[in-house]
Design a protein around this ligand. Structure first.
Ligand SMILES: [Fe+2]
Ligand SMILES: [Fe+2]
Length: 194
């Protein structure tokens, strides 16, 4: 079975939306961090995320469509679950958790029997950047935490964010099953049965 263009365009629009939201958050964070080394890392990271957004846009156009509006369910529910980030370190923790979800989701989609060749090429291109995004942000966050003597507190925040994000993701999977008939996060057998 293959997904129809309409389903694919909706899914790619979600991915594109996540990339552009990530970009927006990174640019706001970049304005709050003075360190020159961090500025370099943020610049390269933003460059990656804008390119990722373009790759999804191009994939949508290749499918003969245009990006469609997507509900902000993930961000809204995450915001409700985590509360307002109180510091720049909280924003780093939020970004790490969201990036880890993006990486995991892209890998699940890559492993799916329903993944087509054009999508696989985009997924491979975007996934290879996610590993260093997560590692530089996590390292920088812990460096800032150590300087403030708050390493344990920040590790606890990260663990709390991860747990809350997992709960939100379960709800997103349910939404995805409603409009696709399955979730790319389901087992391969469940996807093949659709
Ligand atoms: Fe990305
Ligand atoms: Fe990323």
């Amino acid at each position: 079975m293959a997904l129809d263009s309409e389903g694919l365009i909706k899914l790619f629009s979600y991915y594109r939306d996540a990339e552009t939201r990530g970009c927006g958050l990174l640019m706001r964070m970049m304005q709050r961090v003075d360190d020159p080394e961090a500025q370099v890392l943020f610049s390269r990271h933003v460059d990656d995320e804008t390119r990722h957004a373009w790759l999804w846009t191009k994939r949508i156009k290749d499918e003969g469509g245009l990006p469609v509006p997507v509900p902000d369910g993930y961000q809204r529910r995450l915001g409700q679950a985590l509360g307002i980030p109180r510091s720049i370190i909280d924003l780093f923790a939020l970004t790490v958790v969201v990036e880890q979800r993006a990486e995991a989701r892209y890998k699940e989609h890559l492993a799916s029997p329903l993944c087509d060749d054009k999508t696989r090429a985009v997924l491979n291109a975007v996934t290879k950047d996610e590993t260093w995004h997560i590692s530089w942000m996590e390292e920088w966050m812990l460096k800032m935490a150590r300087e403030k003597g708050e390493e344990q507190k920040v590790k606890d925040t990260l663990a709390r964010y991860r747990e809350a994000e997992q709960e939100v993701w379960e709800e997103i999977k349910e939404d995805e099953r409603e409009w696709l008939g399955f979730s790319f996060s389901d087992t391969q057998a469940a996807q093949s049965a659709v």
